[in-house]
Design a protein. Sequence first.
Length: 284
Amino acid sequence: MEITFEHVTHSYNPNSPTASLGLDDVSFKIQDKKFTAIVGQTGSGKSTLVRHINALLKPTSGTITVGDRVITPETNNKNLKPLRKQVGMVFQFPESQLFEDTVEKDIMFGPMNFGASADEAEAAAHKMIKLVGLDESLLEQSPFDLSGGQMRRVAIAGVLASDPETIILDEPTAGLDPVGRQEIMDLFKNLQQEGKTIILITHNMDDVANYAEEMAVIHRGKLIAQGVPQEVFNNQELLQDDLLTLPKSAAFAKELTEKGFSFEKLPITINELGTEIEQQLNGD
Ligand SMILES: Nc1ncnc2c1ncn2[C@@H]1O[C@H](COP(=O)(O)OP(=O)(O)OP(=O)(O)O)[C@@H](O)[C@H]1O
């Protein structure tokens, strides 16, 4: 689904002395079936931004269009189920939202809430537990007997079980070990290749470089850059003003420029870096 923000401003506690601006006149498009990363410093407004996509937050002014649904300041909370089914959200530390006494019931909760029969929801639980790399035997266990990484996967399976068209991931791999992180990121990439729209909030620039096709940079509630990662990570103004950190490969390439290498554009992945170095050593 294409998602369009038009002049979206969000003020927390408007008309009160504690009012704070979460988003400030943001306009941009998130393309259908693409993998888009949202980056920015802590407190820049990333979570505020994505919470408008399934109307968990309403704009103070402006509109958000999600497929054929338009969200405005007047949107009320009735009839949001179709939107919430279309747009699945994996929150930060989603395992904190597990609450049923078995893993199976936890994964079945979403689909049943959206109208699936118990049989359909059970079939979805069996499919999703395998998809997130866990053994089906865990379905009968209490989610609270699992490791942190397993709980995280169960929570993700619960969101996927409703088969949302768009999946929003708010730092889904925070606190996971590198192998677990890569497995989860590969899962999201596979889902995107199967036709889902993926929106990822992350502080990990290597994940952006390796997985995202588009990225948006938020700073103090404003959208300050958007484009393909290779272009955005080569935006000198953002780098000079410390509004963006570089992926490891690009940072390493930058250091190599002091050792006689030169790059027309900083390579952002290890593969690109390897190819560039090889060509330069061979004098190509
Ligand atoms: N419920 C709230 N009430 C008041 N202000 C809030 C609330 N939630 C967020 N804010 C403020 O809105 C701004 C944006 O916060 P937001 O959580 O969207 O940032 P973020 O980029 O997701 O941060 P992080 O990377 O730390 O998760 C911050 O100044 C924050 O203090």
